[in-house]
Write a protein that binds this ligand. Structure first.
Ligand SMILES: [Zn+2]
Ligand SMILES: [Zn+2]
Length: 230
């Protein structure tokens, strides 16, 4: 629930600084209808499990060989154009107010999926302190609110610092870096059907490792949801 104070302060801010669309700068909304309509949809055909684009069939070659730890991953958009801009603004430019409209665009992807708990992919403590927030946690909180689910950003944590994953790393290298990088709290996840949230999914190595930690701590199942699928 948004508190009265939050709403009042937002109203004041809106009057002082009318919101502008983060993409086209038009006045009125933080994310305008026109820009939403032109975001790059992650269109079919996609792998049923990990949402990678496939030429044909229902599974990509990786998932056909070895099923990922999560049940299924979904993302409304690809990591291009406006969607890429939004991720960048949320993650690196401190535009945290974008989390709410971005979460709204993600929420329909979990309609009809039975879930208990929304959990963000945790950042390493040092990185979170440097940034001041975890963008995945902001998204997860709004998704939980919008879907009437419980939210818990202490269900999973990172153990030890991991090197930042960069785009040029291949699938195996990414897996080596994040394998074993997460721990989950059994008292928070046991028997729960978890929706795991991140902003971007690239090869899925982070999602697989975090999902594995949740399952090892007794989570009943894990569904992954990100804003974009690279
Ligand atoms: Zn716009
Ligand atoms: Zn796949």
């Amino acid at each position: 629930m948004t508190t009265l104070l939050e709403r009042a302060s937002r109203l004041t801010l809106d009057l002082l600084f009318p919101p502008q669309c983060a993409i086209c700068r038009r006045d009125g909304m933080l994310l305008c209808e026109l820009c939403i309509a032109t975001l790059p949809l992650a269109e079919a055909p996609r792998c049923d499990r990990c949402w990678e684009d496939v030429v044909h069939g229902s599974l990509c070659s990786h998932c056909a060989q070895e099923a990922p730890s999560f049940q299924a991953a979904r993302a409304p958009y690809t990591h291009d154009d406006g969607a890429r801009t939004l991720v960048h603004l949320l993650k690196y430019q401190g535009l945290t107010s974008l989390a709410e409209p971005m979460a709204q665009l993600m929420t329909s992807y979990v309609d009809g999926v039975s879930l208990d708990l929304v959990v963000p992919v945790p950042l390493h403590g040092g990185r979170q302190r440097a940034r001041g927030y975890n963008q995945s946690s902001l998204l997860a909180r709004h998704i939980a609110r919008g879907s009437d689910l419980a939210f818990d950003d202490r269900a999973a944590r990172r153990v030890g610092a991991t090197r930042q994953l960069v785009h040029s790393m291949d699938r195996n290298e990414r897996s080596r870096i994040v394998d074993g990088a997460f721990r989950a709290d059994p008292s928070r996840v046991e028997g729960r059907r978890v929706l795991l949230i991140d902003d971007v999914m690239t090869t899925g190595a982070t999602m697989r490792a975090c999902s594995m930690a949740l399952l090892e701590s007794g989570a009943a199942s894990v569904q992954a949801l990100t804003f974009v699928r690279a």
